[in-house]
Design a protein around this ligand. Structure first.
Ligand code: AQP
Length: 338
């Protein structure tokens, strides 16, 4: 039995402004893990182009968003000296391994992927092959580094199960113990941040209503306004967690507060339970501004020196390639490519 070196990989798509869900569901944990693990964080630009150009905006917008997302990572606390920070398309082994995995993954597995169903919508015949194969590329992103842990939000759980299935089948088909069975790291009180307008829907970049999400680029005024306008029900805040059952909007706002304050939901309810929603919303707005505004400021500073961000991505890509290339070489040997 091979023991794999602990290694962490995760990424986000440059398909628009990052939001509080991306931050609390994934990035906060990325920052924590860079002090204890070898970490690689990428901007997954090849995933972005799986959607129609109208979604990611075309080449000029993609270049800009890629640099903005890299700047957001650093502004949120990713240190390019501690972590390898790069963009996916600069390391061609991701695509190379994805082809081999396309031949390992089964159609039946991909047909079960809920994200494809949601993103393709009713017009499935018109979705790109890339959107369908998205989870296979994601498995290649992870396994090209033989990463053992992937910190993500809860929505990515199914894709990580597929990654494990691909690793198991590859190992079995070729009689090797080459790829690790990667563990998802889904932790904290906000693994699924919901829309501020509808507590049953995930907060998402693609929601047409900007009021549904807090963007990392929002001004302090916008953040406070969005929280004040967030949908709630008529009741006050309960003192115990059980009182949040069946109240998705209240549960979401309490979860956001807990995650931003790095406290448990129970502790937050002990402080605010029994009070009015308006008072809680004021406290939440203040906390969100205190946490998000510095990220926004830092991001703008970094983007004012865009050459530095480009340099970080170039150096990160070289470091990532140095890990990926020998692994790809071994994979080719295992498969039988001459
Ligand atoms: N609402 C969320 N709550 C918690 N985690 C979330 N993530 C996304 N939304 C939430 C996590 O963020 C990481 C990166 O996501 P992505 O850029 O690959 O795209 P996504 O998951 O498709 O994000 P969006 O905002 O929902 O984009 P659209 O609107 O394009 O679909 C992942 O770890 C994800 O779990």
């Amino acid at each position: 039995m091979v023991t794999f070196t602990p290694r962490v990989l995760s990424g986000m798509q440059p398909t628009g402004n990052l939001h509080l869900g991306n931050y609390l569901g994934a990035m906060v944990n990325w920052v924590k893990m860079q002090d204890t693990h070898e970490t690689l964080y990428c901007v997954v630009d090849m995933h972005a182009i799986t959607q129609p150009t109208s979604v990611w905006g075309g080449p000029t917008a993609l270049r800009k968003s890629t640099l903005e997302v890299a700047a957001a990572y650093m502004a949120a606390g990713i240190d390019p000296k501690k972590s390898i920070l790069f963009n996916q398309s600069r390391v061609p082994e991701h695509a190379e391994l994805a082809w081999i995995f396309n031949c390992i993954a089964r159609l039946g597995w991909l047909n079960r992927m809920t994200q494809f169903k949601e993103k393709a919508g009713k017009d499935r015949e018109n979705a790109s092959v890339g959107l369908y194969a998205y989870p296979v590329l994601m498995a290649a992103d992870i396994l090209i580094y033989r990463a053992t842990q992937v910190p993500v939000g809860e929505d990515q759980k199914q894709h990580l199960e597929l990654c494990r299935d691909i690793a198991i089948k590859f190992n079995n088909d070729f009689g090797v113990d080459f790829f690790p069975i990667t563990e998802p790291v889904i932790m904290g009180p906000a693994t699924r941040v919901m829309s501020l307008r509808d507590g049953t829907k995930k907060m998402s970049k693609s929601d047409p209503s900007d009021l549904s999400r807090i963007n990392l680029t929002d001004s302090a005024d916008d953040i406070a306004k969005k929280i004040r306008k967030a949908k709630t029900d008529a009741d006050g805040l309960p003192s115990e967690k059980a009182g949040l059952a069946g109240r998705p909007e209240a549960e979401n706002l309490v979860g956001i507060y807990a995650a931003l304050a790095d406290r448990t939901t129970e502790v937050v309810l002990t402080e605010f339970g029994g009070g009015q929603f308006s008072a809680f919303k004021n406290a939440l707005a203040e906390l969100a501004v205190a946490k998000i505004s510095p990220i926004n400021t830092k991001m703008n500073q970094l983007l004012a020196e865009v050459g530095y961000v480009e340099q970080v991505l170039t150096e990160g890509s070289t470091r990532a390639s140095a890990i990926a290339a020998p692994i790809m070489k071994d994979v080719k040997k295992i498969v039988g490519f001459v």
